[in-house]
Design a protein around this ligand. Sequence first.
Ligand SMILES: Cc1cc2nc3c(=O)[nH]c(=O)nc-3n(C[C@H](O)[C@H](O)[C@H](O)COP(=O)(O)OP(=O)(O)OC[C@H]3O[C@@H](n4cnc5c(N)ncnc54)[C@H](O)[C@@H]3O)c2cc1C
Length: 468
Amino acid sequence: MMPVDLIHLLSALVGSDALLTGESAVPYCTDWRGRYSGTALAVLFPADTQQVAEIVQLCAANQIAIVPQGGNTSLCGASVPLPQGEQIVLNLSRMKRIRAIDPTNYTMTVEAGCTLASVRETAEQNDRLFPLGLTAIAPHCEIGGNLSTNAGGISVLRYGNMRELVLGLEVVLPDGRVWNGLRSLRKDNTGYDLKHLFIGAEGTLGIITAAVLKLFPRPRSTATACVAIANPDAAVRLLAHIRASCGHALSGFEIISRSSLDLVFKHIEDAQEPFMRRYEWYLLIQVSDVLQDSPDGAVRNGLLSFGGAVLEFDIAADTDGAENWWKLRKNISEAQKREGFSIKHDIAVPVSCVAEFITRADAALRNAFPGVRIVVFGHMGDGNIHYNVSMPDAAQNKTFIAQQEGAVNKLVYAVVRELNGSISAEHGLGQLKRETIRDYKDPLELELMRNIKQALDPQGLMNPGKVL
Ligand SMILES: Cc1cc2nc3c(=O)[nH]c(=O)nc-3n(C[C@H](O)[C@H](O)[C@H](O)COP(=O)(O)OP(=O)(O)OC[C@H]3O[C@@H](n4cnc5c(N)ncnc54)[C@H](O)[C@@H]3O)c2cc1C
């Protein structure tokens, strides 16, 4: 079938106002960072699962590849088409119905296009918590995208990542059949747990159209501590210490380097230094509890009993005070974007090895590239560090990135490998790390992944050029 005929059929399926081509399709073909852009035959906005199934059947019959898309906030080029222009983008944003909420079962059933912010809000209106904490991007990213990237964020330490927050899925398979796995059971040992294949698959195995999410009791009291800490090694030890004093109430433990804060102060209005003195390393520690009593006593005791490596700290029990500190953390990505490109790494190592990773990677890079700027921040409580490398001078940075990205990655990933870590903790592989992963993942694991892909998507039409 000619592409023009296919577009007519697709338009008849979804309605002409739910199909974009040409210039109006461009924003959906470019990623959030502006690093990857492709072209598509069309961008489609289906209204329900039935329409998704019919689109997929039509595309399968005509061997047209599909790029599933949610909020298009992927940081690894996973959600945009390739440059050849022979794919369609299937954007789920119109599918944003909350299908059911069951506060007694602590679950809600939502469509894939619900934004994370809307899901959190609906849970709250029902006196429940949906804890996925991608706060900076929650109004834009969608549940389908969160599931497909197995997203993490700031509360993984307590609640786990997206994989741990879901009980059931509805998926349109690559041949157009609909798998209804929307179960809301806490226990179901009836063979392979298929939902886990689609979570974290970055749209390469099928299209998630709905999910049953787990809800939690809503915390009644929260406290945030902002801490100036001597170095990452002390931060690792403090984390273990604070866990012992705060237990289950500890819900976030974020590290921020001076270089990250400097970028925020340069690019974000009204951002304020947390203390009168400037320090090299900061932590944001969050504790929250369903009990009314504020949990700040536990964190205060933990900090006071730790010793001299805690250089200064303050605790805010009210949201306003804490919000000023969280604003610093949430705006690091935005400040980096405004500053220009950097070579980004989203790595994980065992929590006890975070300081060793930072020390060794810093030393290797500073030795190889004198004057390099290293921006370090992230979810230290999960051993997940965002480790971003650039040159402070804009002109020099352009050449540096063009010429040295591979060399920088090699140095950083060598340390990750030696510490038994992962080169992608929470952002996925997408286009960015599709080639690189071959050098860092066990060949047998890659072979098993290819076998699964072949079994579910033998024509290779689901988000080709990503992950594998
Ligand atoms: C400023 C910023 C901060 C971020 N912070 C974090 C963070 O703290 N933690 C974290 O984990 N991530 C973070 N991210 C990245 C994160 O991956 C995304 O924000 C989010 O999970 C992706 O959701 P999305 O709806 O935008 O998906 P998209 O970007 O549209 O898609 C992501 C992937 O999922 C696939 N996909 C999307 N919808 C579906 C579907 N319905 N069915 C099948 N496949 C689908 C796409 O094909 C693509 O492979 C951040 C991103 C930005 C820009």
